[in-house]
Ligand binder design. Structure first.
Ligand code: SF4
Ligand code: SF4
Length: 244
């Protein structure tokens, strides 16, 4: 993490525009109940195998869930996010959040990173230069200076771990069982929100669905099949493949 940074939000609203906001399971329920669209982003890897970033081993293992894929087991990470291709539906004409007191955890944490392996770099954030030139210490001695903010980051990480089995069960119940390989891309689904809300209201049992990895590169396809994984390179119909 960066050694020392100060920060004060200018209220410019840029982080509320064009960002799909990751949601906890409870937040996804609330988003669906209030008429919002959720986008589901999926990536997978094999423990100590293809797609696994060794330097993030503990972090990625704890926020993933084992699924059947071909002749072997893959681990799937699922993000439910508020679908915000433009301005967030909760941003008013004065760039103020209309659900400020009930806004999602990630909205409270921005611009801080949730992944402990990604350093906070102001140049990678939407905040204007002046936001980093004013206000109290955000990071001091490589640590978050605000204990309350640190607690929110930990709560977000813990929700990722607590929610993953239920998120995978919801994906399987709704047929969202094609993933991308971690590091190679994501698959993205826009579920029909009535069915999605019903599945979230009463999370189904794990139905043991078999998963497939969407891969476009021929050499990568061959190597993944070589370790027993099921792959497809067919043009997606019900999802998008967002390659890196
Ligand atoms: S919920 Fe509020 S804080 Fe979060 S992106 Fe939307 S407008 Fe911004
Ligand atoms: S982009 Fe940064 S400065 Fe602008 S509203 Fe979001 S957190 Fe505040």
């Amino acid at each position: 993490m960066t050694d020392n940074l100060r920060f004060a939000c200018t209220g410019c609203g840029k982080c509320c525009t064009g960002h799909h906001v990751p949601l906890t399971l409870d937040e996804a329920r609330q988003w669906a109940a209030s008429g919002g669209q959720v986008v589901v982003l999926i990536e997978a890897f094999v423990a100590d195998g293809p797609g696994m970033p060794e330097e993030q081993r503990e972090h990625v293992l704890r926020r993933s869930h084992p699924v059947a894929c071909g002749d072997t087991v893959a681990r799937v990470s699922v993000t439910f996010a508020a679908f915000n291709p433009g301005r967030c539906r909760n941003l008013d004409d004065n760039d103020l959040c209309t659900i400020y007191d009930a806004r999602p955890l990630v909205c409270r944490i921005y611009p801080v990173e949730i992944n402990p392996h990604i350093p906070l770099r102001p140049e990678n954030k939407d905040c204007p230069t002046e936001a980093w030139q004013q206000g109290p210490a955000l990071i001091h001695g490589s640590q978050l200076a605000d204990a309350g903010l640190a607690a929110l980051v930990e709560a977000s990480r813990q929700a990722d771990r607590d929610d993953i089995a239920a998120k995978v069960a919801v994906c399987q119940a709704l047929g969202m069982t094609t993933s991308a390989l971690k590091g190679n891309g994501f698959t993205a689904y826009l579920p029909e929100m009535g069915a999605f809300a019903t599945a979230l209201a009463q999370v189904p049992e794990d139905n043991g669905a078999r998963w497939t990895l969407h891969v476009q590169d021929e050499a990568l396809t061959a190597s993944l099949r070589g370790v027993g994984l099921s792959t497809t390179s067919e043009t997606p119909v019900y999802y998008a493949f967002i390659g890196f």
